[in-house]
Write a protein that binds this ligand. Structure first.
Ligand code: GRF
Length: 188
């Protein structure tokens, strides 16, 4: 039986697309059961709808975080989701939500954790004079970008790199690392 994965995103969703594409391999150990967002107009939601995938989107604005997360939790459970993959989800999940899905939420972060938690990771790595940056897939806990690291890919920082040129090369590696790490995670 394939494991059922739910993907949460807020933006363009390129990592979501790479997870969906990998799931179409008959040998993939997971199916994408739901793509959910806090932004009904996110580009990633439009793409998923055009692909005929199941989507759920609701803005927390006006209803508050508890009601929003209750709706999200119900949508994920109704879709039979067992593992959640955050892919450019720009909102902090509450401690309560994290504890209800403990050990079953993954995230991709554009740095070699534990270095550069939070935002502006590429600019910070360049400013520090690092020779390498990269990306990490990790378990989500109550601590921001703090859970166990499940997989990493290293990317060299080249002379003349700007945060944008470096981010583009890191993103290519994110698209390889996330499907592979998620597949290993749901198979273990
Ligand atoms: C990626 O850089 C990812 O590492 C970070 O947010 C960005 C999402 O990009 N968590 P996309 O929406 O998957 O294209």
């Amino acid at each position: 039986m394939k494991k059922r994965v739910g993907i949460l995103l807020s933006g363009r969703g390129s990592n979501m697309m790479s997870l969906v594409e990998a799931s179409r391999d008959p040998a993939a150990p997971y199916d994408v059961a739901l793509i959910a967002s806090d932004k009904p107009d996110a580009a990633g939601i439009g793409w998923a709808q055009a692909q005929g995938l199941a989507t759920w989107a609701l803005s927390p604005k006006g209803i508050g975080k508890p009601a929003y997360e209750a709706g999200l939790d119900t949508a994920l459970r109704d879709a039979g989701v067992e593992t959640i993959a955050l892919a450019g989800y720009m909102r902090l999940l509450s401690d309560d939500f994290v504890s209800r899905w403990r050990g079953r939420i993954l995230n991709i972060h554009p740095s070699l954790l534990p270095k550069y938690k939070g935002l502006d990771t590429h600019a910070r790595a360049i400013a520090a004079g690092d020779l390498h940056g990269g990306c990490s897939v990790h378990l989500v806990t109550e601590e921001l970008d703090g859970g166990t690291v499940l997989g990493q890919a290293e990317v060299p920082i080249l002379p003349g790199d700007t945060p944008d040129t470096f981010a583009a090369r890191v993103l290519e590696q994110e698209h390889r690392l996330y499907p592979r790490t998620l597949a290993e995670f749901v198979s273990r």
